[in-house]
Design a protein around this ligand. Structure first.
Ligand SMILES: Cc1cc2nc3c(=O)[nH]c(=O)nc-3n(C[C@H](O)[C@H](O)[C@H](O)COP(=O)(O)OP(=O)(O)OC[C@H]3O[C@@H](n4cnc5c(N)ncnc54)[C@H](O)[C@@H]3O)c2cc1C
Length: 478
């Protein structure tokens, strides 16, 4: 645990690791506090026998944000977090609605208030965007300063959970409540269901190694793949710009290009070094195109020359590159394309809480509990997780079961509401895709790429030369 004092912080918190004064989050909490005459060593503060011991599986943004609220609401809570990776792995940019942070105004904890105000300002300045890794790093720093114990690295991979005990690679920890936010392919979710589904469960440890490594439909109340998408990354020599840059491009080229791709295209450009830029495009693809990328993922991307990649998909990508070459003066570097398929899915875990035979509470949170498409998962669980944090902060051991039930209801209600919004949005996207498809078929097409010119333009791409010498990898071109 890193122990450090923060300069300029409220003088009520001289060392920050001294037990903080009580923060009245709820009447129930205030009533719960002990009047014991025993004292915390070296602090002169009364020892709080009733404060909970709460453990976390995973240290992603959801687990951290939840732990911060719990600690701010009940500073005596003994919190330990276990993360299997020394470094947080996700490195994408997320968009966060400012209203997700509204719950913070109910706390009077100087470290939380100061740290979150800075983080919130940073996100506002970036128009709601922040890299997931940066978010996690900032939350971790606030957590450390609030006195939350963080364990990260392979020694702290959680390998089993049981009745009040969590086992990690190098030891064990006891808990009154356990919050599992170990990502979409959560082993904790499977372990919790194994406990909950077994009426004879006596509290024995559930080892993660004995659980299936694939996600079964039975783990969810509803699970659906709403859309199939591909992310294509490729490198270009020298400068480039987005196809959507400038109103002229937007009106002249973008609509015609989207018709060709049968989907809107999201584009990002990232400099790799002084001479090279990386272009990333994301767009919707058909189920057949998605299936032709089966077996490929972020760690193992497909190449454009792979023979199993469907010709229609190859053609879309080449068309895009040909248009970019002509109108954005992009110089493609041959054979640098990497294709990664992904689905936009929606699911909610069949159960997100369980009370063990000895009355300990286990909760599933974050992507492990609810996954939403269209960039809503984190936004949703910042709200749900904040509520769980507040509820745990005001809970005593005796009302952990009630806390769990309230959490289950709230998480399900939010998942239904967000699921409804995602379904509506998905409907609109399907309508838009249909419009692009129809406007591509009608005979009175205007604002459209000339297929012959496009074909000639494709021939000037560097891959065209490569493919001419490898006929098996040749595109089917229109
Ligand atoms: C490309 C992309 C863009 C996105 N954009 C948005 C957006 O704009 N807005 C939005 O709301 N959402 C967005 N999301 C979703 C968002 O990133 C996730 O909802 C969020 O990161 C989930 O956080 P989490 O803490 O639940 O899980 P994770 O971030 O997956 O963290 C889980 C942690 O648990 C650890 N762990 C797993 N198993 C164990 C174990 N046995 N022991 C110890 N540790 C373990 C993992 O190492 C990991 O660090 C996006 C997702 C992607 C992929």
């Amino acid at each position: 645990m890193i122990r450090e004092a923060i300069p300029g912080v409220d003088e009520r918190y001289p060392g920050l690791f001294l037990p903080a004064p009580e923060i009245a989050v709820s009447q129930g909490l205030a009533n719960d506090r002990t009047n014991s005459s025993e004292q915390m060593p070296g602090t002169g503060q009364p020892l709080n026998h009733r404060a909970l011991k709460v453990a976390y599986v995973g240290m992603g943004p959801i687990a951290l944000y939840n732990a911060l609220q719990l600690k701010a609401g009940q500073p005596d809570t003994d919190i330990e977090m276990f993360e299997k990776r020394a470094e947080y792995a996700r490195n994408h940019t997320v968009h966060i609605d400012d209203h997700c942070f509204r719950s913070l105004k109910s706390y009077d904890h100087p470290v939380l208030t100061q740290g979150m105000a800075q983080l919130r300002d940073k996100i506002r300045r970036q128009h709601g965007h922040i890299s997931c890794k940066e978010l996690e790093t900032d939350l971790k720093s606030i957590a450390q300063r609030m006195g939350i114990t963080l364990h990260a690295g392979s020694d702290y991979e959680v390998v089993a959970i049981g009745d009040g005990k969590v086992t990690f690679t190098s030891g064990e920890a006891l808990f009154d409540a356990l919050v599992c936010a170990d990502g979409a392919h959560s082993k904790s979710r499977k372990a919790l269901l194994k406990m909950a589904d077994n009426p004879d469960y006596q509290g024995e440890d559930i080892a993660f190694s004995e659980l299936s490594s694939t996600d079964e439909d039975s783990e969810f109340t509803s699970k659906k793949d709403l859309q199939y998408r591909v992310r294509v990354k490729y490198q270009v020599k020298g400068p480039t710009k987005k196809l959507t840059s400038g109103w002229l491009n937007l009106s002249r080229y973008v609509y015609a290009t989207f018709k060709l791709m049968l989907s809107p295209v999201e584009e990002r450009i990232r400099p790799l070094n002084e001479q090279t830029n990386e272009v990333t495009i994301d767009f919707f693809i058909s189920k057949e195109e998605f299936d032709s990328l089966s077996g490929y993922n972020l760690g193992h991307a497909a190449k454009l020359s792979d023979s199993n990649v469907r010709d229609s998909l190859k053609e879309k990508i080449k068309n895009w590159q040909a248009i970019k070459q002509q109108f954005c003066q992009e110089t493609l570097i041959a054979d640098t394309e990497e294709l990664t398929p992904h689905t936009l899915s929606i699911f909610h875990a069949r159960k997100v809480h369980h009370v063990t035979p000895s009355g300990k509470l286990i909760c599933i949170a974050g992507d492990a509990a609810t996954s939403l498409p269209y960039y809503r998962s984190l936004n949703n669980f910042l709200l749900v997780g904040a509520k769980l944090g507040r509820k745990l902060a005001s809970a005593s051991r005796a009302d952990l079961a009630k806390t769990g039930e309230a959490y289950e209801q709230y998480a399900s209600r939010r998942a239904r509401w967000e699921g409804f919004k995602a379904t509506l949005k998905n409907f609109m996207i399907n309508v838009m895709k249909l419009c692009l498809w129809i406007s591509n078929k009608v005979f009175w097409k205007i604002n459209v790429w000339d297929p012959l010119k496009l074909k000639d333009q494709r021939k000037t791409l560097p891959e065209w030369e490569v493919q001419r010498h490898h006929p098996t990898a040749m595109l089917t071109v229109g």
